[in-house]
Structures are given as structure tokens and as C-alpha cells.
Design a protein around this ligand. Structure first.
Ligand SMILES: Cc1cc2nc3c(=O)[nH]c(=O)nc-3n(C[C@H](O)[C@H](O)[C@H](O)COP(=O)(O)OP(=O)(O)OC[C@H]3O[C@@H](n4cnc5c(N)ncnc54)[C@H](O)[C@@H]3O)c2cc1C
Length: 491
């Protein structure tokens, strides 16, 4: 039988996942990627003996990755070696105080108890509730395509949704259990991955604490791009064509159906198109006005997840006192959060995150050297310049020098920065966002940009701006969900 031709725009995790899932459903799949390498925001590069992951660095929810590969008769271990980090990460406080977060639950409970009497047992109860949310959230809710409220209409699921604290904020929920500012900050940190403040994030997302503390922080040896390589290999094994340096310029349509795309290498015909590039870009640059789902006004009202100032740095020495993942919470987050979410502007004294994969992996830096990845979350849509990048770099390196008591600046042998302009240029990112659309209550499930075009019946969307949301595991799931919808609609 003639196989239906599916074109996937973009080779991020969502695009690759959609491609693999469609190939398994017997589609003839081609992925069109504008960049010269696959992986989207999770690309990597090597320079001067250092190997840098460009985007994601936290491997959480290992079960989602395992079940993804299991669907195709594979296992994560067929492609890469996973290492559980212990401590999982550390938090750095003002005055040089460090708090490593142990991977073992008994040690974690003791740590909580040592900070606040009774907090050890309360952590156990908090994580018990979070486990339930994870079970229902990750195994049932995130696989809903969000096309209609009827998807949530089963009585059992409605009861689950209510039990899952959808209408209470994460901020209130955490404060019911803990009082000490250090514990509150620690429990609220994971929802920052979802792109919104804890007061605007439903307490359903305490499932992220379960992912953090119970399931653990892992690292694929070689770096996060090992996941991309694994998915690229699996896609090719399944007959998917991965065409890099293929930028889609336009989606052509006839009689209410998408029929082909124009690329920098000419026109390519399709029976179905799955857009894994940033949703806003696809709507405003690849489609004509009448084929768009949403107006400009709609997009301007969306709450985007932050953008980031990123630095990839090679040091010609080892640094003491830092771990693989380090959260610099050495300053008050309130004014920084205000500058990201409420009144977008450059922050005066931002929090930041430092990752040193060379603490775990000797393949990512030359011997005796350190591989340093620095991230400052900032508001999307800001105007940035080389001077601004330099100013923030010097600011956070100085803080790291103060905290570790070691010189860093004069040991830099490689440095590259990446910010808004690069997000726009490399990924066609809306306002230079780093990780999509914030997971606020009014941007959840059916309230997210729809995974299906309302105008062209064979055009679909996947990725971090549609269901289920930002992050590597949700992007993998997004590809699965969209492939299932395509199959349902076309057969
Ligand atoms: C700095 C940073 C840190 C992060 N940290 C973490 C983390 O630690 N853990 C975690 O789970 N998640 C993290 N995330 C989020 C996670 O990386 C993303 O949610 C996920 O990678 C998004 O995948 P995607 O497929 O939706 O989008 P993308 O990866 O952006 O893929 C879209 C692809 O479409 C391509 N494209 C765009 N326009 C066109 C066009 N016209 N034609 C052809 N191709 C086109 C782009 O080049 C890109 O390859 C982080 C993200 C960033 C940026």
C-alpha cells in the first residue's frame, strides 16, 4: 500500500519524537531542519577540547525516556549510559553557605529535619501526595491532546483532577508544609522549569518535586545530546529521513489542506504536516493570514517562559567547592522574578545556575580542565548587546569567585555566549524565549495553543508551545500525542 507522506518541521525533541512515532505507524517520514545539526535547543558543540550541551542539562523523569524507547523495542541503555548524581545538586546561599541535596531519601529527610523541626516527616507526606500527582499527571493527563473538555469527562479523572490541586497555587501548597525560607525556596525551585512563578503555577506541579527528589537527577554520559543522538539513530533505523540545512519558508495549501512546503532546496509535497518549530513562527511566517489559528493579539497576551543569558566556558583548571549542578540562590529572588515576569527588564542582581558536567564526565573537557555552563533566566523580548552579556558574565563570575574563594576569570581558555538574538536566529523563537510557553493555569491543557490547525485539516503542531508544555520529557510526549492524533484523524 502507498505510504502516506508526513513532513515534520524541526528536529527538536518534539519533532524527532513525532517522526519516530509516525514511522512506527507506517508513515513515510521526512524531518526538515533549518540548522546544520539535529536536536533544536538541545544541540551541542565542541570547541578547544570542550564539549558543550547548548540547552537542557537536567535529566529528570528517567521513566519517560525509558518508556519512550521501550515502545520501539529498545531501551535507554541501548544508546547511552545513565548515571544517577549524588548529591543531586547543591544550593549556594549568601555568605558562602552551600547545601548539597542528597539523593537518598533518608538523608534528605534528615537534612530537612535539621533545618526545621518536623520537616522530615512533612517532606514524606508532601512527596506521597506528589507521587500521586506524578502517577496521574504523567501517566494520564499529559497524554491528553487537549482538543476538547470531554477528554477529562470520566468521573475517575475528574476526581483525580480535583485531588491534584489544579486550583491551588504551588506557592500556597509549599507553605502549608514548610516555613523555613531555605526549604520553601528548595521546594519551589523545580517549578521554575515550567516558566512561571510558584504563585502562578498550579500545585499539581508539585509532581516536579517528586521527579526531583524521589526519581532523582540523572546524567547521560557524554552529555544531554546523547539523547538527541539516540533519537536520531532510532529515527534512521525506522526509515525516517533527517534533512538538515532544510529551512521551511512556506506551507502551501489547497482546498483546506496543506499540500507542500517551500524550502531553501525547493518544494516538497506532503499528505500531512507536523510543525515542530516554534508555533508562533509557523503561524506568522509560514502560513498566510487566513490559515492561522490565532491573532497577533492572542500571541501578545501569551505568558512566555523566560529567555536565558547563557555562557559556555572552558577553564584550564579544576574548581573546588562546586558540583555538577549548582543553583546560586545567594540573592533575593523577589526583585529578579519581578524583572522576569511582572515588569520585564534587566535584573540588578540575578540568581543563576552553574553546571560543571566535567565533575561527572571526563570526556567533556581536556584533562585537568573544567567545563562550565552558566545560565541566567531573564525576561523574553529584552534588547540585548555584547556589552550587556559581558556585564552579566563578569557579575556572576565575580560571585562564583567570592563563593569558591578561587580565581576563575584568568583561567578562561574558551568562552561563548548565547542569548535572545541567538534564540531568534537559530530557532525562530518568539521573543527569544528559551523554553516556550509558561505552564500557568490559564495556559494548561485545552487552554494551550491547539495541537491541530483549525483551518488546514492535515496540519498539526508539536513542541513546547503546545500540549503538554516545556521541558525535554513533555516535548517527547508532545510528539507521541500528535502522532496518535494524526493516526486517529487519517485512518
Ligand atoms: C537554555 C535551556 C535550558 C533548558 N534546560 C532544560 C533542562 O535542564 N531540562 C529539561 O527537561 N528541559 C530544559 N529545557 C527545555 C527543553 O530543552 C525544551 O523544552 C525542548 O528541547 C524543546 O523541544 P522542541 O522540540 O519543542 O523545540 P526545539 O528544540 O526548539 O525544536 C524546534 C526545531 O525547529 C527548527 N526550526 C525552526 N524554524 C524552522 C523552519 N522554518 N524550518 C525548519 N526547521 C525550523 C529549529 O531549528 C529547532 O531545531 C531547556 C531549554 C533551554 C533553551
Amino acid at each position: 500500500m502507498h505510504k502516506k507522506k508526513a513532513l515534520v518541521i524541526g528536529s527538536g525533541f518534539a519533532g524527532l519524537s513525532a517522526a519516530i512515532n509516525l514511522a512506527a505507524k507506517n508513515f513515510d517520514v521526512t524531518v526538515l531542519e533549518k540548522n546544520t545539526t539535529i536536536g533544536g535547543r538541545a544541540r551541542h558543540f565542541s570547541e578547544s577540547g570542550f564539549s558543550f550541551d547548548m540547552g537542557p542539562s537536567w535529566y529528570w523523569m528517567p521513566d519517560v525516556f525509558e518508556s519512550f524507547f521501550n515502545k520501539f523495542g529498545k531501551s535507554v541503555s541501548d544508546y547511552y549510559e545513565l548515571i544517577r548524581l549524588d548529591p543531586s545538586y547543591q544550593v549556594v546561599y549568601e555568605g558562602g553557605d552551600f547545601m548539597p541535596i542528597p539523593a537518598k531519601m533518608t538523608e534528605l529527610e534528615s537534612l530537612f529535619e535539621s533545618i526545621e523541626g518536623g520537616a522530615g516527616l512533612r517532606l514524606r507526606e508532601f512527596l506521597k501526595q506528589a507521587a500521586y500527582k506524578y502517577e496521574v499527571g504523567i501517566n494520564k493527563l499529559v497524554y491528553k491532546p487537549g482538543r476538547s473538555l470531554t477528554e477529562f469527562a470520566s468521573l475517575k479523572l475528574l476526581v483525580d483532577v480535583v485531588r491534584m490541586d489544579v486550583f491551588q497555587s504551588m506557592s500556597k501548597h509549599v507553605r502549608k508544609f514548610f516555613k523555613h525560607p531555605k526549604l520553601i525556596q528548595l521546594m519551589e525551585f523545580p517549578v521554575l522549569f515550567l516558566g512561571a512563578l510558584p504563585e502562578n503555577t498550579p500545585a499539581l506541579y508539585s509532581l516536579m518535586n517528586y521527579a526531583d527528589m524521589s526519581l532523582g537527577t540523572w546524567y547521560p554520559k557524554g552529555g544531554m545530546h546523547k539523547i538527541v543522538e539516540a533519537m536520531g539513530s532510532l529515527a534512521e533505523e525506522m526509515g525516517v529521513r533527517l534533512l538538515t540545512d532544510h529551512e521551511v519558508k512556506k506551507i502551501n495549501h489547497q482546498n483546506g489542506k496543506a499540500v507542500s512546503v517551500d524550502t531553501n532546496h525547493g518544494e516538497i509535497a506532503a499528505d500531512v504536516i507536523i510543525a515542530g518549530a516554534d508555533y508562533h513562527h509557523v503561524e506568522t511566517k509560514l502560513l498566510d493570514q487566513q490559515s492561522r489559528n490565532y491573532s497577533d493579539q492572542y500571541w501578545q497576551k501569551r505568558v512566555m517562559a523566560p529567555s536565558s543569558l547563557l555562557y559556555y566556558v572552558g577553564l584550564n583548571k579544576k574548581l573546588d567547592g562546586l558540583l555538577h549542578h549548582n543553583l546560586f540562590f545567594d540573592t533575593d529572588f523577589t526583585p529578579h522574578a519581578h524583572d522576569i515576569y511582572t515588569d520585564p527588564k534587566w535584573p540588578e542582581k540575578p540568581l543563576f545556575y552553574a553546571s560543571l558536567t566535567s565533575k561527572t564526565d571526563d570526556t567533556v573537557a581536556p584533562e585537568g580542565c573544567e567545563n562550565l555552563f552558566l545560565l541566567i533566566p531573564v525576561a523574553p523580548g529584552l534588547q540585548e548587546t555584547e556589552e550587556i552579556r559581558e556585564q552579566y558574565f563578569n557579575m556572576i563570575v565575580k560571585r562564583m569567585e567570592e563563593h569558591t574563594g578561587q580565581s576563575i576569570l584568568k583561567h578562561i581558555v574558551y568562552k561563548r555566549s548565547f542569548a535572545h538574538r541567538d534564540f531568534v536566529k537559530d530557532y525562530n523563537s518568539f521573543k527569544g524565549n528559551a523554553y516556550g510557553l509558561a505552564n500557568t493555569l490559564t495556559q494548561t491543557a485545552i487552554l494551550k495553543p491547539s495541537l491541530k490547525s483549525k483551518k488546514l485539516k492535515n496540519l498539526y503542531y508539536t513542541g513546547q508551545l503546545t500540549v503538554p508544555g516545556p521541558g525535554v520529557p513533555p516535548s517527547l510526549i508532545s510528539g507521541i500525542v500528535v502522532a496518535d492524533e494524526v493516526e486517529k484523524d487519517m485512518f
